[in-house]
Design a protein. Structure first.
Length: 364
């Protein structure tokens, strides 16, 4: 509990974001040592000036952490630090990922398959129908479904996932003391039994306008693939798609009529090669190689296997550690999930690597 106290306190220092916080932990060794370090030691850390050092040494972050910890215990909320085992592994590799996420629910945030679904708040009948049919088609693969609990496509995805008994997680732009919009509280309550709700904001933080674009980076970072169902050229769904592309995620968009305003954003993503055109769940399944299941190929490694430059890069990454998961390999090689899945499959065919449970890989 003491470790958690200082981890939370780190997020309560004014004007200290994820990047600066990680720098402090890296130089000091732990969140606790950040607060125990002298002002003189803090000033030696790059980017830490006198005013920031003074804020770190003040009592305010510790008092705020004590208050936050009280709510966590009372409400049975998990606080997941970025170095924790249960922190969303797909998210932790990005420098702007939250230092801590607060989670209430029952699902594994590191499920083997995760799909995020976003779209307009005012979908057409065709849009909601497509969203529901997509989830029905993908249900046999048992993915975790992520969205933002907003009106429109978001809540459609959550409701249909619950109907299909698929785990579904809502990413919030405020603390867990509130729920926006309040009309979705009953859905959120059901999600706690098969999924959950997650946020980077402290318990009593209100929903502010600037929180919503930041929330979208978590949706993008936590998934294997992002699906955009109906969106205008500007808005939260496009912001989420931009984050997903920056993170080398596979982005899919549902095409629509040329003059339909709620298809304009999807059509533009496809036109600019920022999203794969998706007509059914089969397109996503094939792109991510889910159709191959967990079948393993018992191929003996050839003595003089010829590897491509990209395959050699993966082998070199695996030489530095005993094993790595697909998310770490994707981040380090700056490949998309589908590209990485293809490369790993080729290396398995050649008998160079072996797959372990949890999408981890080792050299043979």
């Amino acid at each position: 509990m003491e470790h958690l106290f200082y981890q939370i306190a780190l997020t309560k220092i004014p004007k200290v974001g994820p990047v600066t916080a990680r720098t402090l932990v890296s130089y000091c060794g732990s969140p606790q040592e950040v607060f125990l370090s002298s002002t003189k030691s803090l000033l030696k850390i790059p980017g830490i000036g006198g005013q920031l050092a003074q804020q770190i040494k003040s009592e305010e972050p510790l008092r705020a952490a004590e208050k936050e910890l009280f709510h966590l215990v009372k409400q049975n909320i998990a606080a997941l630090f970025y170095l924790d085992e249960h922190y969303p592994s797909r998210l932790k590799h990005y420098p702007d990922s939250p230092l801590i996420v607060y989670y209430k629910g029952s699902s594994n945030l590191n499920a083997s398959r995760i799909v995020a679904i976003v779209g307009t708040r005012k979908p057409t009948v065709q849009g909601t129908t497509f969203c529901e049919e997509f989830l029905e088609q993908i249900a046999p693969y048992e993915p975790l479904i992520i969205s933002g609990l907003a009106y429109g496509i978001d809540i459609c995805a959550h409701r249909k996932a619950l109907e299909l008994k698929l785990p579904t997680v809502g990413v919030l732009a405020h603390g867990l003391a509130h729920l926006y919009p309040p009309t979705h509280r009953s859905v959120a309550q059901r999600m706690l039994e098969n999924g959950g709700i997650i946020t980077e904001y402290g318990f009593e933080t209100n929903a502010e306008k600037e929180h919503f674009p930041l929330r979208n980076r978590i949706i993008a970072g936590m998934c294997d693939a992002l699906l955009v169902v109906e969106t205008a050229r500007y808005g939260g769904s496009i912001i989420t798609a931009n984050f997903a592309n920056e993170y080398n995620k596979d982005v899919f968009a549902v095409p629509g009529r040329v003059k339909d305003p709620f298809s304009a954003g999807c059509n533009e993503l496809i036109k600019n090669n920022q999203a794969h055109l998706l007509e059914s769940a089969e397109d996503l399944v094939r792109m991510l190689r889910w159709d191959l299941g967990d079948f393993r190929y018992g191929v003996q490694q050839q003595l003089f296997t010829e590897l491509s430059v990209e395959e050699k890069n993966i082998v070199n990454l695996l030489r530095h550690d005993e094993e790595k998961d697909i998310d770490a390999l994707t981040y380090l090689s700056q490949k998309s999930n589908s590209e990485m899945a293809t490369l790993l499959l080729e290396l398995e065919f050649k008998g160079v690597i072996r797959a372990l449970p949890g999408k981890r890989y080792v050299l043979v």
